[in-house]
Ligand binder design. Sequence first.
Ligand SMILES: [Zn+2]
Ligand SMILES: [Zn+2]
Length: 260
Amino acid sequence: MDEVRPGEMEYVTIDHDLATRTAMAAALGLVAAAGNLLGGYFVVRRDWPRQFLQYFLALGAGYMLAVAFLEIIPESIAIAGKEALFYVLAGFFLVHLFEHTLAPHFHFGEETHPEEVSHQRAQNSVMLGLIIHTFFDGVAIASGFLVSTWLGVVIFFAVFLHKLPEGFTVASVFLACGKGKRRAIQAAAALGGATLLGVFLTSLLQSQLRYALPLSGGVTAYVAATDLLPEVNREPNWRMAFLVFFGVASVLIMQHLFHV
Ligand SMILES: [Zn+2]
Ligand SMILES: [Zn+2]
């Protein structure tokens, strides 16, 4: 047996662990991307039940905000200090810029205002906004796994819970302006592709974790608070309100059970 110098064994173990976590990020990134595609099919298959997508939005809103505030942002500060909060803010307003400033009309859920998205420019801006947002969904998953398996898994759930509504949203925009089912599904697939690109680039550029993690924390908070919660609040339904709080509680329960 070869002689092991002090420290070498430990290094090998850590490296192996990182390789495993990178593989998990890639695998769960694929699952998230498939969620976008599946969400698109809920639009073109009119006979599929879609009411439950609303419940994903409500559960996702509470869960995502709890993960952003209790996991991603504190971990970002642990890595990069207070400077991380600047990048949280930057991530928050980056999505605001692309989803709601440059895009004249965007909201989560089924697009029911064809007059608003009938112009090619309006569709392109919605697509661009969602591509930026879903890219950071991928950045979030990969950044989480660079820190730990625990953080990667809790962030994956935050992303996955809104992946179906996301694919549903973009496909409905394309259908509302008469683009046809094939184009609608392709649009949902493109969001999955952007998510995978985010996972890939973040895993490749590991040294940028001090920026990637807080940026994706800001994006997560923005998507939950301004894309998902307003949709939840449009439904005067106590079940929806309950699910938001259940989303928050499930993060606290997971922390208590699994995170020592
Ligand atoms: Zn609309
Ligand atoms: Zn997303």
